[in-house]
Design a protein around this ligand. Structure first.
Ligand SMILES: Nc1ncnc2c1ncn2[C@@H]1O[C@H](COP(=O)(O)OP(=O)(O)OP(=O)(O)O)[C@@H](O)[C@H]1O
Length: 246
């Protein structure tokens, strides 16, 4: 069964058509990206998948169930890291466990190994303003990992980071993805980021957002960054740019 299967999805807000005839799927364990111009409806698509928007036409199936009827939580990291400033890193990480009413005695056993794995050991009691941008994003991702869901939706998680930190975070994300075996849907404006990370890339047009191209990135893993300079990726980039420029 597909983790996510979207067919003929249409979404309008009053007179504005935002999404048109979206067809998209994710197989278990895949890393899938969507690139598209600003305002093409990517965030709206995420809100439909997570059930925040319930009115739409077409089919949106998660683990076989229509998204409106899917009652399990879905890991979703919005564009901003959204760590609560008045809670420490540890207390922020605890939120999904509090929401799902996990017994308090289990919290540290779940959180501390991930803090270690995410390179945040020693910062458990730090407040978000005491962390670097990359650390805050790792903290927000850690919290997302504690939501028990195979499907993870990441909305431009590295958009606000400087170029070097961003590259480090991409490599790190691939490592944790491969270890934890999640199915990821990743939104980005950055074509190189999409090609470096993904098994497949969906390219959307400007509003109304349609999927104009699907690229299978047939590069071996672990990925080498040099592939982005090789002819096959250059050709992908030319095709993607053509669509993004309309
Ligand atoms: N609740 C709403 N009511 C009316 N229009 C909306 C609503 N939410 C989004 N829109 C419109 O839908 C379009 C798509 O918005 P959305 O935020 O999904 O785009 P996006 O691709 O995520 O943009 P960006 O890349 O800039 O974050 C925009 O034109 C926006 O103004």
């Amino acid at each position: 069964m597909k983790v996510l299967d979207i067919k003929k999805l249409e979404k309008r807000f009053d007179t504005i058509q935002v999404l048109e005839d979206i067809e998209l799927h994710i197989e278990r364990g895949e890393f899938i990206s969507i690139v598209g111009p600003s305002g093409c409806g990517k965030s709206t698509l995420f809100k439909i998948i997570t059930g925040l928007i319930r009115e739409y036409r077409g089919e949106v199936r998660i683990e076989g169930a229509e998204s409106r009827d899917y009652t399990q939580p879905i890991s979703y990291m919005p564009q901003k890291d959204l760590l609560l400033p008045w809670r420490t890193l540890y207390e922020n990480a605890r939120i999904p466990l509090e929401v799902s009413k996990k017994p308090k005695g289990e919290h540290s056993g779940r959180i501390l190994p991930l803090i270690e794995e995410f390179g945040l050991a020693g910062f458990e009691n730090a407040y978000p303003h005491e962390l670097s941008g990359g650390m805050r994003q790792r903290g927000a991702l850690l919290r997302t990992f504690l939501i028990e869901s195979d499907l993870m939706l990441l909305d431009e998680p590295f958009g606000a980071l400087d170029a070097i930190t961003r590259m480090e975070m991409q490599e790190w994300l691939l490592e944790v993805w491969q270890k934890h075996n999640h199915s990821i849907l990743f939104i980005t404006h950055d074509i190189d980021e999409a090609l470096f990370l993904s098994d497949r890339v969906y390219v959307m047009t400007g509003r109304p957002g349609r999927i104009e191209l699907e690229i299978e990135v047939e590069e071996e893993r672990p990925r080498r960054r040099e592939i982005l300079l090789e002819e096959r990726c250059m050709e992908y980039k030319r095709e993607i740019l053509k669509i993004l420029r309309g």
